[in-house]
Design a protein around this ligand. Sequence first.
Ligand code: BG6
Length: 622
Amino acid sequence: MPLSNVNDPVFSTEMMGQGVAILPKRGRVVSPVNGKVVSVFETKHAVTLTFDNGAEILIHVGLDTVSLNGQYFEALICSGEKVKIGEPLLQFDIDKIKRQGFDLISPLIICNTASFKEVVSFTGKEVKNWKRSLSLLKINLHNRERGLCVMKEFPADFLWGGAIAANQSEGAYNADGKGLSIQDVMPKGFSGPITEEPTPDNMKLVGIDFYHRYKEDIKLLAEMGFKAFRISIAWSRIFPNGDETEPNELGLQFYDRVFDECKKNGIEPIVTISHYETPLYLSKMYDGWLNRKLIDFFIRYVETIFTRYKDKVKYWLTFNEINSILYEPFCSGGIYTDKDKLTKQDLYQAIHHELVASAMAVKLGHEIMPNAKIGCMILAVPIYPLSSKPDDVIATMQKQREIVFFADVHARGEYPAYMRRFFKEHNIEIKMEPEDREILTHTVDFISLSYYMSLCETADSAQKSNSKGNILGGIANPFLEANEWGWQIDPQGLRYMLNELYDRYKLPLFIVENGVGARDVLVEDENGQKTVLDDYRIDYLRDHLLQVGEALEDGVEVMGYTAWGCIDLVSASTAELRKRYGFIYVDRHDDGSGTLERYKKKSFYWYKRVIESNGKSLSEGM
Ligand code: BG6
């Protein structure tokens, strides 16, 4: 029958392409021509093929059969395989499927004729997983010439893993001599007011109690096959106020234990030296990084941890999302002066201090640990012009420079030429000491980045609609969807960003944060084990990792990928726990209740397989 007669709003409107629908008589699908399998759906009820003549076809057994979740279906071929005319592709139990009440009318669609635009305005009957199916097809079509998204393995030494930060996970905010950090007075994250003292509503004071449970947690990460685990050191555990001359031995011992545990489990620690955890005392007494003295305090801390952990840690990151100081000067730079009262002059002076401190850390690190790799860390947000108007393109260039300026200094060892104009136009004069220029020449070994979203820019202020982000908000892209917190999801933006950065610096890149925050629901599986069925997380991560695969194919050198919040933790922007990122669920809630027990989510097993197969499994079900 013609597709238009099919009782299904997605197929009948031909948004997935034109074709026909057939009623299978036997439980088997064979290839109609010679060609190649592009993808086999995870649920094995559908397959896409490219024909030798270039046509791409989707064979979809039944209409809503995706909800059978693979039950009664078997795939006889794999993604990437060549097939001959008449070769069996899928087999299924036709009687059982019918008995479950499913319509076995099966669309056969030529996807090259798809018009995905219509999907945006689609409001018809809900079809489970249709968005996912379409996005898979879009990727497949996009990759038609290669026939497959990621079949190749990732590099053999790819650092697969996850990331957390001390202030969002450790808890134990005043244990064993730790001083207060700025996070201990930020109970509402970036949005709310700061408090004079730590208050009980501050979720970070307990975090997920990583301080006491790190052994159990690292064991779980090892079970997933982690090669790398990114953590940060809480500066105020080592120097409680920040300006002491002697470190806190108990604080140092804690990280000794954590690194030893990583080693025992074959996991490489990736350590952020400063992740939004400036000692509160330095913030209040010195106004954070606005004061040049911070460089000395920081370097004393850096020298202490480099010397102490030189045989335990090889990979170091200086400042987490160093460019975020532009948007969150207190959280990122410990600057106590109110954000609204801070002048651009002061802000860029503080930035200069951080850039000098970062370069000094690189220099010192190379002296103390000749084999270490030291990188910077930027909040990477690709900026797209909202339109092709030249004014929008120039506005986009400026906005992107706001971000890459930080990487430019770290990678090239000097201020970029465009900043001269920026400083002149904003009456900024950076106070530099004579040695600063030489210090900045100590450039990083790699560039690490967090990636969550892209944004748009326009020169037309009338058009400025807002899109939220963790730190950097901006103009929403009309072609992208957003998560519950308003962050727009753009897997291809990651490939784009990786290419841009690599073209610019030719330095290895390390994705040290990526993931999606979501409310998870704890349920019981068929064996009575508590778990979370977080397919949305799997989809998000898979789509992004496939784009990392694309970037690798483009020739970009990517060292590794550490998924953000691999174990649930307290959110940075909103300081809540209901926004979860992990493969491991932590039983703790925003009202402070919960046992702190850990449970493996569905994504735990999915990521384990990704790591085990070194990325190959990503293309399963494509
Ligand atoms: C990054 C930070 O900006 O985004 C992390 O480095 C943070 O600390 C992450 O947790 C996700 O943001 P949020 O607000 O969802 O926790």
